[in-house]
Design a protein around this ligand. Sequence first.
Ligand code: HEC
Ligand code: HEC
Length: 354
Amino acid sequence: MRHATCHAQPLAANMNRLQRTSLLTASFFALLGLAACGGESGSGAAADPTLGLPKMSRPSDWSEARAALGKQLFFDTRMSSNGEMSCRSCHYPENAWTDGKQFSQKVTGAMNTRNSPTLFNVGYQERFYWDGRAPSMEANIGAAWKGHMCGGDEQLATVVEGLNGVEGYVSKFQEIYGAAPDKDNVVDALCSFVRTLQAGGTPFDRFQAGDKTAISADAQAGWQLFQTSAACVSCHTPPLFTDLKFHNAGIGMDAESPDLGAFEKVDGAAKGSFKTPTMRGVAKTGPYFHNGSVATLAEAVKLMHGGGLDNPDLDPILKAFQGREALTDAQVGQIVAFLESLTPDLTFEEPKLP
Ligand code: HEC
Ligand code: HEC
């Protein structure tokens, strides 16, 4: 019973979004008795999102106040030139900060050519985007805001002007930055918020911390496979489940003019290489790969186990995977069960806007 209760959380998170204002939601939580999850394992509903993760080093001027301000801006459609988009439009908390689509549309109507990645744990990265082209989170988020939500420098300036007309923001920016909202301090606030999104405290982390009932027998078998015969940890290295490096897995390389990814953007990166995505939250981030070309986690696992898609620049580790015996359906199910156990608590309360 306690087990089932804990697993009901993602569903509860979705209900919470749809019925945010409804008292029903509150009684739903009460009925489930979510507090019971916390009991023996000392986690559950209030799982510590840093459990199982290394300490994240944040800039020395990072503060809770800046993060809280950034959280408001993240969810505010006044951040876009048409007044309809926010960062959330492509990064939903209940989807582990992705959008569930293959590709998203920018405010200009143009389509993105890469899948929206999770924002969990990006504070540990040194290079940003699938191809690592941004050397800092500030550069990345500044570009994301202008490119996806404004469409150019002029539109961005108009959006900033709009923020300067919101009394609640003007006073907060004065208090925190000693200045009116501008394109740099808005980006700083957004980065401060994104640096709070940590994906620890998962059932797997509780298992590792000693609660042997936190994950199923299948998930435990999947963890063994992931480390040993399937050799996934050479790139999806715990505890972040990414080496933060760039590899060619062959995805999309059969296109007429393939996306070359990190090539010539990150030193030494091969043609068609992309950042190893984290496995934390991966059960919620489909469709998969930089081009969103694979719908299910089971398919993605089989494809990676088989060494990706062959091409002249295929990563040597994956090359060595090619031709090995396929996983049985039961083994795929075990690896998927393990990956599902890396799902953090997705309950998230969206902020009130000024
Ligand atoms: C229209 C959809 C869309 C909107 C709106 C959007 N993003 Fe993104 N975001 C993406 C896509 C697509 C990528 C990946 C692009 C790439 O790798 O080339 C991305 C990448 C990122 C990354 C890099 C993650 C990584 O793994 O390196 C961060 C951080 C990020 N977005 C934050 C934000 C913030 C903050 C906002 C609001 C200012 C925002 N995004 C608005 C679609 C969007
Ligand atoms: C050589 C490094 C490497 C190894 C080994 C590796 N992966 Fe990956 N994995 C990657 C890279 C790089 C990507 C992204 C490729 C892309 O999108 O072009 C990826 C993507 C994935 C994805 C899709 C995640 C997402 O968010 O889109 C899954 C699932 C996955 N790998 C599982 C596995 C499993 C299971 C194994 C072991 C059988 C494994 N990987 C072995 C590097 C690796």
